[in-house]
Design a protein around this ligand. Structure first.
Ligand code: BGC
Length: 264
């Protein structure tokens, strides 16, 4: 086994989304996912019991791999809701039974391992600030993930200010994510140019409210940024996430590693 990916420097990260649950083994030095990611569609209904089972399946698969950390090592998990003190306080794109669920307890019991659970977009933000497009940027960086919903991470001087929910800004009488998320584009079957008009409205407003130094776009469609970013006219630099759709897995793993003192 190469020293570069020794089990001491890897942590499993699991990214729970409204449509898929994916996991990977993260090398904490490079911020890279080692080997293939493993993905299973989010079960329906996406209740705590059903989701926890899928998370266990993914962790078990990853744990059997060559570069996996020890079988009792902590796992980092991201979840698409407000997470405060290990409890989920919202449930925008998952089953409503997650509201007030003790997420720490649910996952640690199912896995038989310590877990650290955090908001999915916060995880993506943390990963981009440490390893990606937000590295060494001073001031406010807003990472906005365009996926099933819209997630947001507020980073100031490299530090995460957690649970900022900018996907739910009310714009023109609508919850912003119902118009400007990637799933809204698919649902309404609109062209990239039409989608860019919606993104313009959204990002101009967020820019006015926060005057950030940098916007980073995360989520699956960060890979297709040439289809909509050139159309946007903003004061603020806006770029795709460097870790693309792996940012959640990497940030979740990083947060667990910091929390359990595997890394600084
Ligand atoms: C949720 C956020 C989440 C985002 C992306 C929103 O609907 O409120 O907590 O980060 O979706 O999954």
């Amino acid at each position: 086994m190469s020293k570069k990916h020794s089990p001491k420097t890897t942590v499993i990260g699991i990214d729970i989304g409204g449509t898929g649950i994916k996991g990977g083994i993260v090398d904490l030095e490079s911020g890279q996912v080692v080997g293939e990611r493993f993905r299973i569609p989010t079960p329906t209904p996406s209740t705590p019991q059903n989701v926890a089972k899928v998370v266990k399946e993914i962790v078990d698969e990853l744990s059997g791999r060559e570069h996996a950390p020890a079988k009792d090592a902590p796992v980092g998990i991201t979840f698409p809701a407000i997470i405060a003190h290990g409890v989920s306080l919202s449930a925008a794109n998952v089953d409503q039974s997650w509201i007030n669920a003790d997420v720490d307890h649910i996952f640690s019991r199912e896995l038989g391992r310590d877990v650290q659970v955090m908001n999915d977009a916060d995880a993506a933000g943390l990963a981009e600030a440490r390893y990606g497009a937000g590295k060494d940027v001073k001031g406010t960086v807003l990472v906005i993930t365009l996926g099933t919903g819209i997630g947001s991470a507020f980073i100031f001087n490299g530090k995460l200010i957690p649970n900022v929910e900018l996907g739910h800004l009310e714009l023109d009488g609508h919850d912003a994510e119902t118009k400007a998320s990637a799933s809204a584009r698919e649902r309404d079957d609109i062209s990239w140019d039409e989608y860019a008009v919606r993104l313009q409205r959204y990002f101009s407003h967020v820019e006015f409210l926060f005057s950030p130094e940098l916007f980073i776009i995360g989520g699956g469609i960060s890979k297709r940024s040439e289809d909509y970013l050139p159309q946007l006219d903003l004061r603020t630099k806006i770029i795709p996430a460097e870790l693309a759709n792996n940012a959640g897995i990497v940030g979740g793993a990083l947060q667990a590693a910091v929390h359990f003192k595997i890394t600084k």
